[in-house]
Every structure is written in structure tokens, then in C-alpha cells.
Design a protein around this ligand. Structure first.
Ligand code: CUA
Length: 190
């Protein structure tokens, strides 16, 4: 049964396809009688110039409109949070060596590396949405700041094809509510 968004997409697809078919038919019909190059050249150049301006303005507009939402500024650790919880992550074929439990509402400084090949380190929330990711590279440590806002069972997934076991390279991460005080920094399994 096609309904809702699918129906809209189907109708749009048929409408756009019809426009393309009409355009092709027009081109085919218009080429029956040959025209001298000189008769169409200046018009062609004018069209090309307009097309160039159209895309130039479109790209500049899209750039100006979207540059402000680039997340780099607010992805930095917040002011005053100079005491992140440092968590070392080592990726291997095909698992992660890292704590299985971490506190919520605490700035965490993930220091991510790999013992063999390139992997990815992706954090997924309990609903399966990707919250952040960084590469896990051999002989190099990538630093990645993250704060878990909600307690729950998160999933860490490898995000780079790293061998036959890549699709099985994921594990659970329990995020527990932060206790009052600073005892959260002592982590089991670390
Ligand atoms: Cu590790 Cu894919």
C-alpha cells in the first residue's frame, strides 16, 4: 500500500520523469532541421554564462546560509570543564578495549587508537542514533570529547571496514547516572 511520503515521492518522480521525457522529445524534434553553428553560438554562450552565474550564486547562498550550523564551535569542551575523565580506547580486529561503564553528565576525553589496522569508533544512543565518531588509527591517538546526557545502554560500533569481522565489531556501553560528588571517576574495569 503506497501512502503518505511514499506517494508524494512517487508522484514527484513521475512528474519529474515526464518533464525529462518532454525535454528529450523536444530536443529530438528540434534537431530534424540542421542549423548553422554561427546562428546558435552566441545564444549558447549566453546560456552558459547565465547557468554559471545561477550556480555560482546558488552555491554562495547555500554556503552563507549553512556555514553557521557547522558544529565545530560547540563541539569543543565547555568552558570551565578543565577536568575531563580520560578514557583510553584501543580498537582491535574485532573488538574495543575500553571500560564497559561510564558516567552520564561528565565530560569524557576519549583517547582513541588501534593495535592493528584503521577502525572507527562510533557512539550510538539507545535508539540507535549516531552521536559522534572518530577514527581509531594505529600508532596515533585521536582525542574526542564527549558528554553522555542520558543514562542508558549505548552501543560502540566500528565505522570503517577493517576485515571479515567488521560487521560484528560492536559492543555495549552502560552509562550510569552520575552520583553526587566525585566518586564517578573511579571506573570498574579500567
Ligand atoms: Cu573495526 Cu571495522
Amino acid at each position: 500500500m503506497i501512502a503518505g511520503k511514499q506517494l508524494i515521492i512517487l508522484v514527484l518522480d513521475i512528474a519529474l520523469s515526464a518533464i525529462v521525457i518532454v525535454a528529450f522529445a523536444w530536443v529530438v524534434a528540434s534537431t530534424r532541421r540542421p542549423t548553422a553553428q554561427s546562428a546558435v553560438q552566441s545564444g549558447g554562450y549566453r546560456l552558459r554564462r547565465s547557468w554559471g552565474w545561477f550556480y555560482g550564486v546558488l552555491l554562495a547562498g547555500a554556503f552563507t546560509a549553512t556555514i553557521w550550523s557547522i558544529p565545530y564551535a560547540w563541539a569543543q569542551p565547555a568552558q570551565g570543564s578543565s577536568d575531563p575523565l580520560v578514557v583510553h580506547v584501543v580498537a582491535h580486529q574485532f573488538s574495543f578495549t575500553m571500560p564497559q561503564r561510564l558516567p552520564a553528565d561528565r565530560l569524557i576525553k576519549f583517547v582513541v587508537t588501534s593495535s592493528d589496522v584503521n577502525h572507527g569508533f562510533g557512539i550510538y544512543d539507545p535508539q540507535g542514533r549516531l552521536l559522534g565518531q572518530v577514527q581509531a588509527m594505529p600508532d596515533y591517538s585521536n582525542v574526542f570529547y564527549f558528554t553522555f546526557r542520558q543514562p542508558g545502554t549505548y552501543t560502540i560500533r566500528c565505522m570503517e571496514l577493517c576485515g571479515v569481522g567488521h560487521s560484528d565489531m560492536f559492543q555495549k556501553l552502560a552509562i550510569y547516572p552520575t552520583q553526587t560528588g566525585s566518586s564517578a571517576a573511579s571506573l570498574p574495569g579500567e
